[in-house]
Ligand binder design. Structure first.
Ligand code: PLP
Length: 344
């Protein structure tokens, strides 16, 4: 597949902003090239526009070469950039498979890009043939989310591979929840599929939603386009420092994940016992989707007790469902105590 033919013509010919720090990045005594304040505050300098140190650390942990990594101001920035790289407003469109993450549609809407949707099956797997059939020459990007939000399940790898082989455009696999799944990441398939982009994030398992840092893994050509269109200093210094610090302590991340997986099992079993819970869906993520008798009523009941869950009951194929993020053990116990007091 030729990636270049998928890129918008204006992006191909664009000359990107060349920042002071990308024109010179060696060693020097005096930096008077960027109109910064010279007095040391720890933050008076512009950050590294390409985040080399941080990417080297990520490269070691993920086993993916530095040049195949892009960092965004959250995965949400990566979604936005990809849409703007590949989709011509009012001409091209994206394809997504609901029920799924809402940002694909919102980002497309902001860019004036239409979205085509093919519903997942009733057990939340992609319909491969229908999805491929829905694509034409203007269908630039297919967004897959595995494990999927809000349904919490993995997509079957065979179906993902079939889509990678057959879909005629860019395939994004959003792996925001991959650390909670037993499924293997697709990051090691980026060599095999030039049209594949895998997204991961520091917002979930790494406990750093506040710093806004998302990762994308893809072939060099796509990474170069992302670097071309991103704001020059999209990852600020505080974010780069905090992420480097967190990556030193991978044991902490593993410990959180294993605690949350144990809690997920406890909570799933407990939820299934309530007479007003019709179904607890299996989860490969750090949240649980459950179908309940009166979702709005239960949602309000929990709000009154200071517990906020996500009401997904109006989402097609998620009728009646609430989504519960797995909390700390004591928070989960408080949720169950509140549910014990709910008698409908
Ligand atoms: C939480 C989440 C993300 C994370 O987005 P960030 O911008 O990195 O915080 C991405 N995709 C999905 C499906 C999510 O649920």
């Amino acid at each position: 597949m030729n990636i270049e033919t998928l890129v918008r013509p204006n992006i191909k010919t664009l000359s990107p902003y060349s920042s002071a720090r990308s024109e010179f990045k060696g060693k020097a005594e005096i930096f008077i090239d960027a109109n910064e304040n010279p007095f040391e505050t720890g933050l008076n300098r512009y950050p590294d526009p390409l985040q080399w140190k941080l990417k080297e650390q990520i490269s070691t942990i993920k086993g993916v070469p530095v040049e195949n990594i892009f960092l965004g101001n959250g995965s949400d920035e990566v979604i936005d950039l990809l849409i703007r790289i590949f989709c011509e407003p009012r001409v091209d469109h994206i394809l997504s498979l609901p029920p799924t993450y809402g940002m694909y549609k919102v980002s497309a809407g902001i860019a004036d890009i239409a979205i085509k949707e093919v519903l997942l099956t009733s057990d939340y797997q992609p319909k491969v043939a229908e999805t491929v059939a829905a694509a034409d020459e203007h269908t630039k990007i297919l967004f897959l989310c595995s494990p999927n939000n809000p349904t919490a399940n993995d997509m079957e790898p065979d179906r993902i591979e079939a889509l990678l082989e057959q879909f005629p455009g860019i395939v994004v696999i959003d792996e925001a929840y991959i650390d909670f799944s037993e499924q293997k990441s697709f990051i090691h398939h980026i060599d095999r599929y030039p049209n594949l982009i895998v997204m991961q994030t520091f917002s979930k398992a790494w406990g750093l939603a506040g710093i806004r840092l998302g990762m994308a893994f893809a072939n060099i050509e796509i990474i170069q386009y992302l670097n071309k269109v991103k704001p020059p200093y999209n990852i600020n210094q505080l974010t780069q420092s905090a992420a480097l610090e967190a990556l030193k302590d991978t044991d902490q991340q593993s410990e959180w994940v294993s605690t949350l997986l144990k809690e997920r099992e406890i909570l799933s079993k407990a939820l299934a016992q309530y007479p007003f819970v019709q179904k607890v869906y299996p989860s490969n993520a750090n949240f649980i989707m459950a179908k309940v008798d009166q979702p709005k009523d239960l949602y309000q009941f929990l709000v009154q007790r200071g517990i906020i869950v996500r009401d997904r009951s109006k989402v097609p194929l998620c009728e009646g469902c609430l989504r519960f993020t797995v909390g700390r053990p004591e928070e989960n116990q408080l949720l169950l105590a509140a549910l014990n007091a709910y008698t409908k």
